[in-house]
Write a new protein. Structure first.
Length: 582
């Protein structure tokens, strides 16, 4: 293959791929071991080391290669593309492109364009004996089309240049859409009438070639394909030779071209190859040109159709099935409603609590009750040592007898002043003895009512001193309980007095007890590293097995809401607070 043709082909390719900065085509030498540059773009390129490195990487991987976002010394970013050129398992070389870095992922589009361009380059490479005029004709045809500004002008240029190049009487260009072909341009005819019989028959011939995925040439005695529509055109309209070549882009048919000649000039293989190679490169260009000139609404519709096709197609079936299942689950959970219940730790307490405190200062003599014991009203729970009080009482009794004797002596002697003084001392001694007697009656600490001891264990403190007013026991009644719910501050706004709920205790997980919110404290406190509010609730129909201090989990019914909101409201509240903090 000549360097001239390769350079012209590379120039056209670089114009097809947007934002191309440099490109290089490298091919194998005759020995099949070393690579040499066959064409470079632009012609003024000097540093090819980077492109050669990408070429080596591509050949080592033996697959299309993309190295994105490469920082260059000029502080600009580029994307490097490499594509091995293989023809029937034979490595011909490698094609390397350097593009400006794109924010969107355009790798698939670039590789598709390169593969389509290389299709006819490989054909040309396989026919090294073909003269340069053959390829110059193709390049001239492509250049004439690429110079046009609009898609209709491209059609007109192709319909003008191709008949001249192949010496045809007429050429028709068709577009394939919705499984049918439509003639959009025809040479030597400025006005198109889609209902004209000839155009309809040509469209049928295009459909015939597309359905067979093959080039149809008539007459061709060696062909085994169907030629019914082509034969009908020859029979009715007098054309002796027909050639229909389908156009492809992205693995899909986009249209076809039908060439018509007289009977004395059948289409040779060279003409067929020229059409195939030209259309292999023109097809993608014409598709991109047409899309670029479409109205915004059509572009949106086409993009939406493509996205929906990718979404509902068979590719990535497991991933799509998972996504659809998740979406269906979210939609169902957003529609269905359920009971919204707040969960909080709960502690069981008695409605009232009494404290048994030391009435006097003394020493602990006995303790018969401890935390958890059930006591009856009047039952002695503990007693203090009364020896000191007995001695004090005997001392006071002796002093009283002394004062009474002195009182009688003063009364018999007629000393009225002394009588008054001793009389006062006698009253004081009587009062002190009465106080001591009352203290002796309190050395035995009795239960004020039937209940359970919830705090206090003095069995290990016998003989130890106690101070007056020191708390020794706490007692709660056996009937009448309240529940203390520790509600997190993020949920307190959903709690209101009168709401109902349920309680499950750790000691009886198989039973639930109904509750009703009675009071909400207005002050939060810290518990286990969280801010909580104490919510008091009443417990109805409490069984005898319950004891103050039991713990469990309480749930408060706070109304109805969608299941999706119930499951996600905690995360949404946290997200709102986090966004607000920023």
């Amino acid at each position: 293959m000549s360097t001239r043709f390769a350079q012209q082909w590379l120039d056209i390719l670089c114009r097809l791929v947007p934002h191309t900065q440099a490109a290089m085509l490298m091919v194998m030498d005759a020995d099949g071991k070393t690579l040499r540059p066959l064409a470079e773009w632009p012609a003024t390129i000097t540093d090819t080391v980077e492109l050669s490195a990408i070429c080596k990487l591509t050949l080592d991987k033996n697959q299309p290669t993309c190295v994105p976002n490469v920082l260059q010394p000029d502080q600009r970013h580029y994307d490097m593309f490499g594509l091995p050129v293989v023809d029937e398992s034979v490595l011909l070389g490698a094609l390397v492109l350097k593009l400006e870095h794109a924010d969107v992922d355009n790798r698939q589009m670039v590789f598709d364009t390169l593969r389509q361009s290389l299709q006819w380059w490989r054909l040309a490479h396989g026919r090294g004996q073909q003269n340069d005029d053959f390829y110059a004709s193709i390049v001239g045809l492509l250049a004439a089309c690429f110079q046009q500004n609009t898609y209709p002008e491209v059609l007109i240029s192709l319909a003008t240049e191709l008949p001249r190049l192949l010496n045809c009487d007429r050429i028709a260009i068709g577009e394939f859409k919705d499984n049918y072909s439509t003639v959009v341009a025809i040479s030597n005819n400025a006005q198109l009438d889609q209902q004209a019989n000839l155009l309809q028959k040509i469209a049928d011939a295009m459909d015939e070639a597309i359905e067979q995925d093959a080039v149809v040439s008539v007459p061709d005695t060696k062909s085994v394909g169907i030629q019914r529509a082509h034969q009908e055109i020859i029979r009715k309209y007098g054309y002796g030779s027909l050639l229909t070549v389908p156009m492809l882009h992205g693995g899909e048919f986009i249209g076809a071209i039908t060439l018509l000649r007289g009977e004395e000039q059948p289409f040779a293989k060279e003409a067929v190859r020229l059409c195939e190679q030209a259309l292999a490169l023109l097809g993608p260009y014409m598709t991109l040109k047409k899309r670029d000139e479409q109205a915004l609404t059509l572009k949106i519709g086409a993009t939406l159709k493509q996205r929906l096709s990718a979404l509902f197609g068979v590719q990535h079936f497991k991933l799509k099935l998972t996504a659809i299942s998740l979406l269906a689950f979210l939609l169902v959970s957003a529609v269905l409603r359920g009971d919204f219940r707040l969960t909080a730790d709960a502690v069981l307490e008695g409605k009232i609590q009494r404290v048994v405190a030391a009435p006097i200062t003394g020493f602990l003599q006995a303790a018969s009750a401890r935390a958890g014991d059930t006591v009856r009203q009047g039952e002695v729970m503990a007693s203090l040592d009364d020896a000191e009080l007995q001695l004090e009482l005997n001392k006071l009794d002796g002093q009283l007898q002394k004062f009474r004797r002195e009182y009688r002596e003063a009364l018999s002697g007629g000393d009225l002043v002394k009588v008054r003084v001793i009389s006062a001392q006698i009253e004081q001694a009587d009062a002190e003895m009465e106080l001591t007697r009352q203290q002796l009656q309190k050395v035995n600490l009795a239960a004020p009512f039937d209940g359970v001891v919830i705090e206090g264990d003095l069995s290990q403190k016998l003989g130890s001193p106690v101070e007056r007013g020191e708390i020794l026991f706490k007692i709660a009644p056996l009937s009448g309980y309240r529940i203390i719910l520790k509600v997190d501050e993020s949920l307190i706004s959903y709690v209101a007095e009168g709401q109902k709920g349920e309680l499950v205790l750790a000691s009886m997980p198989s039973q639930t007890f109904p509750l009703r919110v009675q009071k909400i404290t207005a002050v939060a406190k810290t518990d286990s590293g969280k801010n909580i509010f104490r919510v008091e609730a009443s417990l109805e129909n409490a069984p005898e097995l319950l004891r103050p201090g039991m713990e469990g989990i309480g749930k408060i019914a706070a109304g109805r809401a969608s299941l999706l909101w119930i499951w996600s409201h905690d995360m949404l509240a946290w997200l709102r607070l986090w966004i607000w903090s920023w």
